[in-house]
Design a protein around this ligand. Sequence first.
Ligand code: G4P
Length: 525
Amino acid sequence: MKSESLAEAVNKRRTFAIISHPDAGKTTITEQLLLFGGVVRKAGTVKAKKSGSFAKSDWMEIEKKRGISVTSSVMQFDYAGKRVNILDTPGHEDFSEDTYRTLMAVDAAVMVIDSAKGIEPQTKKLFQVCKMRGIPIFTFINKLDRDGREPLDLVTELEEVLGIAAYPMNWPIGMGKGLKGIYDLFNHRVELYRREDQAESLIALNDQGEISDAEPLAEESIYQQVLDEVRLLHDAGNQFDAAKIAQGKLTPVFFGSALTNFGVKTFLDAFLQFAPAPAAHTLADGQKIEPVATDFSGFIFKIQANMNPNHRDRIAFVRICSGEFKRGMDVTLTRNLKKLRLSNSTQFMAETRETLETAVAGDIIGLYDTGNFQIGDTIFSGKNKIQFAKLPQFTPEIFVKVTAKNVMKQKSFHKGIAQLVQEGAVQLYQSYSTGEYILGAVGQLQFEVFQFRMLNEYHSEVIMTPMGKKIARWIEPEQLDEKMSSSRNLLVKDRQGNPLFLFENAFSERWFKDKYPQVKLTAKL
Ligand code: G4P
């Protein structure tokens, strides 16, 4: 970085997340991207399922058992003059909250779609978040080596269901056993699919957009059909428009097969060409901060305890939004104006976590945390106070009562709860009347992970008694009268001590509002 200016360094950054419905192939494509980046095979969160060996950072046992990705992490590599940061996101819907926050920390998203399934519910949800942020979305339609749906059908669905214009960068020539290759509109070539040795070869197109008659593929009827489809796309489809891609209004669509590494490099090359470098970030007051601003600033979008169970560490993930990070630098934590020295930092490159010396806007750094940070915190250097806009928060919908099975083990129970709650996946409440602990979450699986981790990481066996769905509504402390609480609207306090009611259902909420019309209830704090 020495001879490089901050602007040059920032411009090299490409920070993105891969979103998909579980099983579409996110992990497989991530692994291929890491291979292109020269990062060894077992790096990152990627699981080498086939060999039965798991990557070092594939830390959550539960992931292996359930075969789903429940936790996000960061992988970084250099490729074609760019510094690439991939943020992994859990695909399972019960972990949407974690994923949503991660999406706040990226500049672009890659949406992986299973060619046999098309748009699935989780793809749609995550797409909406990306759309709301206005970040560019690149689409990879995966599993071409299997029989899937008609390409035209898939692209039409993309446009109709997601409401985004699509531009096919390439077009499959056959699929499944009949997969011959892709017709690459963007690079003006045909990329052959060679099943035997997984090699691919490139054939340039002539001015008519065709391959030479001497090529065996030219004789195949599927090729002729693709030529017709491509002409149709050219005449009736969207035009390529880099500006619209940058605004998130047009998604470039790539076809390929992550498992056989077909079309992945073509995708990566085009992606890095059109994915944006870090842009300005919005502050809480609506102002923006440029990535090349001199002062360092960033926000914490994730906290992960016990990434390494042997070390009982906790890491706060920071998205750097401006300036340069230097290990040992002093920063201010905006929430409490506490001064902190950032001497214990880590990055996520290659196989192991290494101590990180420098990083710039666009990068994600991990800070070993001893309890200073909360999700959503801003840190900054320099004199001007900086506060980033709030991260989205979800109101929990399902609740359980939680107690330690062994009453003699209260200490580890409390420690575990405190640390896991800080990660933000489950919320902790306490009943006003009985003092009982109650957990709230958006999805059931979060409780299961909580229970599992309490046992594995804190040796605390917990009993969870389901309370079912509730509607959480906060009340101003001045308006609170404890007599308002009943079995239909349980009065509890959150971790910060703010009072709220857990309503049985919409009916009991309405009943309450009728009875206490002057009381203001809010869905979120
Ligand atoms: P995810 O992270 O999005 O959940 O998906 P993941 O990559 O784990 O892929 C889900 C399954 O789909 C895996 O099979 C994987 O091998 C397969 N897959 C991914 N990409 C392709 C592709 O391009 N073609 C084909 N045919 N399959 C693909 P699995 O049986 O669940 O796991 P495994 O035992 O094969 O690893």
